[in-house]
Design a protein around this ligand. Structure first.
Ligand code: SAM
Length: 473
């Protein structure tokens, strides 16, 4: 039997099944232990996080009063750490060729009737121009796993193409990468290509289910997949993004697992995950989410988000257009700091109308980016197109240091306002622009340092009147 050890580099030890089962038992035994629950909430109020055991107790707790306290705290932590800023991004699907047999994904190799497609560099250009014309500055590139069709050289070429395109005032300034687990050498190449975050969803932390859900192909190898973030960090990638695909397995198992993964990264590399994503399985071509046992309702989904928020306050949280407008609204309040908008989940979908059943999953939020931006501002948020941190070398522990220094309001806040101004001037509808200009005027006053405020005001004038772009602190 393997023993739990967060510092181990063996996935069976840092995501230890016996430890998770014991944690879930402990959580069940203590779900009505109000004294313990109060102590955990009090610890969470210190804003230094709670561990997987403590979080699991809160997840098991059903006491309405305590749940309210948890939600209030999650909202407060969200506000304290992220203010009203919401970072915007879009996925870009490069290729749906895939050799894996993932049973929840329509790109699995046995699916013979979906049209397989891999973007040429010309098509990448066209997609990126379409994304720039919407106003996007930050992409997450996505591809199936296929060493012949989508080797690392292809991904690197696409990244190069994406960064090189300067169309009108557009530019993609940060490319995050969501591709299959790979080698240290390949992670080094991705680092050298200037990627932002390397994102890889664990799908499920339950090894037995993982192996059953990935019956064939390289992704079947649980340890290789689960240890990928360690290899990515060894390859010099500072920012990694975790996620589980909720709906596949017992959500309580997954919450304990993902927090153990975060604790492991912190223990070994001295820095936790940059982001955590919370996708839920969606219908797709030959995929029916009801075929899986772990489906969760919206209420449970929001509870998970609130608990992740208080467990890892410094980790950004991402929600995609898999979720509809009303779930996204609740999730934003409870902890989400990054959302996608105007997304297409098929290869070539930003230029060509999507063919039936070609998407990786159904998109629930089908609004345009402009509608999402306007909606966010009407809810009181500041949509941010900022990509400054990693371009200024503030990655990994240096980013965490910025969070912990309390200087976010003098740095991220003005950056958000300046990039929002760029969006308003270059891409927004008249209605969105009117809403946005008012917010910027008001929010400039919330920059604490007078000197920083003055500079931000000047830059915003330059964006509006002198066609200048890309200012950052
Ligand atoms: N192929 C890469 C890998 O092996 O990790 C990642 C790219 S894949 C395009 C991105 C993610 O989409 C997967 O990690 C999975 O969690 C998610 N996904 C797959 N099928 C889905 C479905 N039916 N509904 C929602 N999300 C899905």
């Amino acid at each position: 039997m393997t023993v739990y050890n967060p510092q181990s580099l063996n996935a069976d030890e840092f995501i230890n099944d016996a430890e998770i089962c014991d944690t879930l038992r402990y959580a069940d035994e203590n779900k009505d232990n109000l004294e313990l629950i109060d102590a955990i909430i009090a610890k969470a109020k210190l804003r230094k996080g709670i561990d997987h055991r403590e979080a699991s107790v809160l997840l098991a707790c059903e006491n309405p009063e305590k749940l309210r306290e948890i939600y209030v705290l999650a909202e407060q932590i969200k506000k304290d750490f992220y203010g009203d800023r919401i970072v915007m991004f879009a996925p870009l699907y490069l290729s749906n060729y895939c050799v894996n047999g993932c049973v929840y994904c329509p790109y699995h190799y046995k699916n013979k009737h979906i049209c397989r497609k891999k973007l040429t560099q010309e098509e990448v250009r066209a997609e990126v121009i379409a994304l720039q014309d919407m106003g996007h500055k930050r992409l997450a590139i996505e591809a199936g796993e296929d060493p012949v069709h989508n080797p690392i050289e292809y991904i690197l070429e696409c990244i190069d193409t994406i960064y090189s395109i300067k169309h009108k005032n557009g530019a993609i300034r940060r490319v995050n990468v969501n591709i299959a687990a790979t080698t240290v050498e390949n992670y080094r190449k991705l680092r050298d290509a200037g990627i932002g975050t390397y994102i890889l969803f664990q799908e499920t932390y339950n090894k037995e289910s993982y192996e059953a859900l990935h019956p064939t192909g390289p992704k079947h190898n649980y340890r290789y997949h689960t240890e990928a973030m360690d290899r990515a960090m060894e390859g010099g990638i500072d920012d990694v993004g975790l996620g589980v695909l909720f709906g596949l397995e017992l959500y309580r198992y997954e919450l304990a697992g993902i927090l153990m993964h975060a604790e492991h990264l912190e223990a070994v590399h001295g820095v936790g995950p940059h982001t955590i994503s919370v996708p839920r399985v969606k219908p797709a071509d030959d995929i029916d989410p009801d075929d899986f046992d772990g489906g969760i309702d919206d209420e449970t989904f929001c509870k998970i988000i609130a608990i992740i928020r208080i467990a890892v306050p410094y980790t950004g949280m991402i929600i995609s257009t898999r979720e509809n407008k009303s779930v996204r609204e609740k999730a934003l309040r409870l902890g989400i700091s990054q959302i996608s908008g105007g997304s297409k989940t098929s290869v070539g979908g930003y230029v060509e109308p999507e063919e039936e059943n070609s998407a990786q999953f159904d998109v629930s939020d089908q609004r345009t980016l402009d509608e999402v931006v306007c909606w966010l501002m009407e809810l009181g948020y500041i949509p941010s197109f900022c990509t400054a941190c990693y371009r200024e070398g503030r990655t990994g522990d240096r980013f965490m240091a910025l969070c912990k220094s309390g200087q976010i309001q003098n740095c991220c806040h003005p950056n958000a306002l300046m990039t929002l101004e760029e969006y308003l001037v270059d891409y927004a509808s008249p209605k969105t622009r009117a809403v946005g200009e008012k917010i910027i005027e008001k929010e400039l006053q919330n920059i604490p340092k007078e000197k920083v405020r003055k500079i931000a005001e000047e830059h915003i004038e330059d964006i509006k009147n002198n066609n200048k772009r890309d200012f950052r602190f």
